[in-house]
Design a protein around this ligand. Structure first.
Ligand code: GRG
Length: 313
């Protein structure tokens, strides 16, 4: 992978996105034969144009955990891509009529609009399962017990983050809070924070931790990167809630204003826009502090905090 150390942040992002897209293309099954329909549907959503925030974060964590080690990025690339597949599956399912019922995502019609709900459900399932196929397969750990132990730790973190204690659980709390679950209830500030920590934060944390673990981070450094990612994930979700109020369909690539229309629990709904912006800045400050505590304040991880706060899509 490219040495991006001298590049401005925008070029760093462009370079990493291109590398991640190439790797995803190689890791996914080709579109051919009897399975062409489902494989094509998986690729449609995966290559619809996401920011690649989570895999970029994973690779930056690997670089920061093992500066100057050229192997770190290659070791972290498969789990970074697996996390993007899981994230894309969650978007496909989140857009279904039974969930958020959205018709636009990543600037294109949602998958169920293009190919029907049945195939969209299957393509999401396919992306989730394919992510774990990739994690099991890459990087090759034959005869390398230390690398195998790192990979096992990463698989555990990613599975926890994607499962009922993480993203799926957060989505269930969200459904209930919007009055659509079997046990509807409103959320207070702590409930909102907990829901976001599971729904969005858990996979972001797993992304950063996976990169650091595959790069062989020492325990104290891994803990600092995990603390940074927890605060970064909160900032990311608060900004997401704010963008739903202030953003446009064109910039977001999805329908703006859906949270309020569906009476979703969000930071602007609970605190108002000004306080939400302050809370996002506070969370960013916590992320910077976690990096500074481990001497990582001059790494790409710090630039990523600025990216998260200033993003418009
Ligand atoms: C199991 C049926 C079933 C559904 C699961 C798990 C789940 C549905 C949904 C998870 C909730 C979810 C979609 C969380 C992500 C929230 C979020 C901030 C998405 C946007 O992420 P970006 O901005 O998007 O990184 P891009 O498109 O840039 O990758």
């Amino acid at each position: 992978m490219t040495d991006t150390s001298g590049l401005p942040f925008a070029s760093f992002l462009r370079t990493r996105r291109a590398e991640i897209d190439r790797a995803l293309d190689a890791f996914l099954p080709p579109v051919s034969g009897r399975l062409a329909g489902v494989h094509d549907a998986m690729r449609y959503s995966l290559f619809a144009g996401g920011k690649r925030f989570r895999p970029i974060l994973a690779l930056a964590a690997a670089e920061s955990a093992a500066p100057g080690d050229p192997a770190a990025l290659d070791l972290a690339l498969p789990s970074a891509c697996a996390i993007e597949m899981i994230h894309t599956y969650s978007l496909v399912h989140d857009d279904l009529p039974a969930m958020d019922d959205d018709t636009m995502r990543r600037g294109k019609p949602t998958l169920h609009v293009v190919c029907g709900e049945g195939l969209a459900i299957l393509a999401g399932d396919g992306l989730l399962a394919e992510a774990f196929v990739l994690l099991a397969r890459e990087p090759d750990c034959e005869g390398r017990p230390e690398r195998a132990a790192r990979k096992l730790a990463v698989i555990r973190r990613i599975a926890d983050a994607a499962g009922a204690a993480g993203m799926v659980g957060g989505q269930a709390i969200d459904l209930q809070a919007a009055g659509r679950g079997c046990d509807a209830e409103g959320l207070d500030a702590e409930g909102l924070r907990d829901m976001h920590a599971r729904k969005t934060g858990a996979l972001i944390r797993a992304a950063a931790a996976s990169g650091a673990i595959m790069a062989g981070a020492a325990p104290a450094r891994l803990e600092a990167i995990d603390g940074y990612a927890a605060a970064l994930g909160l900032a990311f979700q608060i900004v997401d809630d704010i963008l739903d109020v202030e953003g446009t369909d064109a910039a977001l690539g999805k329908t703006a204003g859906k949270d309020a229309a569906s009476a979703k629990p969000t930071y602007p709904a609970l605190f108002g826009l000004d306080a939400s912006k302050r809370l996002a800045r506070d969370a960013a400050g916590d992320a910077h502090a976690a990096l500074a505590g481990a001497g990582l304040e001059r790494t790409r991880l710090a630039d990523i905090i600025t990216w998260v706060l200033s993003r418009t899509s």
